[in-house]
Design a protein around this ligand. Sequence first.
Ligand code: NAD
Length: 376
Amino acid sequence: MDKSTLLADISNKENSSSSLLDTLSSQGHEQVVFCSRPEAGLRAIIAIHDTTLGPSLGGVRMWNYSSEDEALRDVLRLSRGMTYKAAISGLNLGGGKAVIIGDSRTDKTESLFRAFGRFVDGLGGRYLTAEDVGMSEREMEWIFSETRFVTGIPKAMGGSGDPSPVTAYGVYMGMKASAKHAYGSDSLEGKRIGIQGAGSVASYLARWLTKENATLYITDIFEEKAKALAAETGASVTKPDEIYTLDLDIFSPCALGGVVNDDTLNYLNCDIIAGGANNILDDEILHGRMLKDRNILYAPDYVINAGGIINISSELEGYNEERAMSKTARIYDTVLNIFRTAEENQLTTVEASNRLAEERIASVGKLQTLYSSASR
Ligand code: NAD
């Protein structure tokens, strides 16, 4: 469904009470919760996409959305992505996500996050929250004080802490697998790699790449962040728009989604796209095909940025960092399998990955149906 159709559905919802529900069921969402506590400054949406494989898990993002419609569109898209991410990563989890509408630099208060925590608690474990863009350990602690359905809590509190280092390790593994497929060797030495964003994931990724002597170009809308990371890693700083026009081997979007679109595709000059951001392709079908036609190898974002969810999901079985890292290293083989499946079936890499994820959900769903009818 395109943006205008979804927005039309949402704006018509007062006149047609079934249209929003129709939209949700057409995308496979099970439940969406609108959270409002004006006295705490809280405006949030929680979306649960699919719980076939287990409880839904996905981070909470705080962002200054220009409208509620934009926030809703984001949470629907992100929660669906989490279902596929958990499935392709072999986890026994479903997909969910939450967004808090607000400026993460000025609007954070204890009462806001505790109010959010109470909404999460009210879902009784159908949604497990975690850290995402705009959040830090301090806010996760506030949420944790209201509900136990939180993952990615600080190490000092027995949790796995910030997932970004493990996410970045998974992106690095996915990037190496992509290089192996495209160039026949997974060495990144001397490769020209452009990193969009100089936040948490980008910073840890840049450190792995520096160890391999890659040639890095870094950008951020906050230039001082890009400069600091460049100073540490020996990278060059570029302006935010210039990252799309550089002559690169690998483009690594590690900021926000939708950056590979009708406009930027005209400029991209790289062999591989492998980044940590969610929903890198503005339209995963259309832009996936355009990349395939242009012979640009795309490592599906939700596969290679799954290190974070792998890390926090291991809290559910008692956190062990070594196990989380070794499970994350399997992203390398998963990515190669996706590339093989894509080639064998004339699919884009996203289509191949979606197919493998859907096959797993369907087979587990069938098992559940079998077990429940056998126990009747
Ligand atoms: P972050 O907030 O630490 O970093 C994001 C950075 O991107 C910020 O420095 C921001 O200023 C910059 N940015 C925003 N728009 C930009 C633009 N147009 N051009 C250049 N820079 C821009 O977030 P993060 O935790 O590093 O996450 C980055 C991405 O990875 C997000 O899309 C997130 O959903 C995804 N992700 C993160 C994790 C994790 O473990 N943190 C896990 C999976 C996916």
